[in-house]
Design a protein. Structure first.
Length: 213
């Protein structure tokens, strides 16, 4: 092989290496900012494990892995006491051992064994948000069973979805507590749209206030 041919090949390889380096360094930060990998945290399952089995392991997970959702559920949703009160966990378990609540827990377990469709929808929505705001921080998403108290709860860093409020318009228990119009909205298909509406309205409203307050 002639020396000139070898040099041409080397120059070509060098150019390809430089182009690859430029592409990777320029594209990777954009990719990292705009690719979302949301995993829905199944707080409802940990709670169900504690209620069903009286599991100390599940209780420890509630306190260590899910302190904010646990506090929110006890103090603001169910309003059964303060998180630091003696035997508050016992009171919580007794609340969920109610026969009506057990029906809700069982149906949530049946209908929401898989939430990958919800994760995919949230991923798509927040990826679009990142395209317009690369520094946007994606919230953590948790699921719970609120005993029909709440549908969606939001903060600046968190979305909590009460799956027991999305068991379908024909779920028999709903007919005792909700109108037909209300029941039509209590479906799996409405979870993501409801959550995003509450969340974006909340954070966008906060951003308009001085100092975000």
């Amino acid at each position: 092989m002639k020396r000139s041919t070898i040099l041409e090949i080397l120059v070509l390889l060098l150019c390809l290496a430089c182009a690859t380096y430029f592409f990777v360094t320029a594209w990777t930060p954009w990719q990292r900012r705009n690719v979302v990998d949301i995993h829905i945290e199944r707080f409802d399952r940990v709670l169900d494990e504690y209620v069903s089995l009286g599991s100390n392991t599940a209780l420890a997970r509630m306190n260590m892995e899910y302190p904010r959702p646990t506090k929110l559920l006890i103090e603001d949703v169910l309003k059964i006491g303060n998180i630091n009160e003696p035997e508050i966990e016992k009171r919580l378990r007794e609340y969920y051992l109610d026969s009506t609540v057990q029906v809700l827990l069982d149906e949530v377990h049946r209908q929401y064994a898989d939430v990958s469709d919800l994760e995919a929808a949230f991923n798509e929505a927040f990826a679009k948000r990142l395209q317009t705001d690369p520094d946007y921080k994606v919230p953590h998403i948790y699921t719970q069973v609120s005993c029909l108290r709440q549908s969606i709860l939001v903060s600046d860093t968190m979305i909590v979805i009460s799956l027991d409020k999305y068991l379908g318009a024909d779920f028999p228990l709903y007919k005792e507590y909700f109108s037909e119009e209300q029941r039509q909205q209590m479906t799996r298909e409405n979870i993501v749209s409801d959550a995003l509406q509450y969340y974006f309205t909340s954070i966008d409203s906060a951003a308009l206030k001085p100092d975000g307050k």
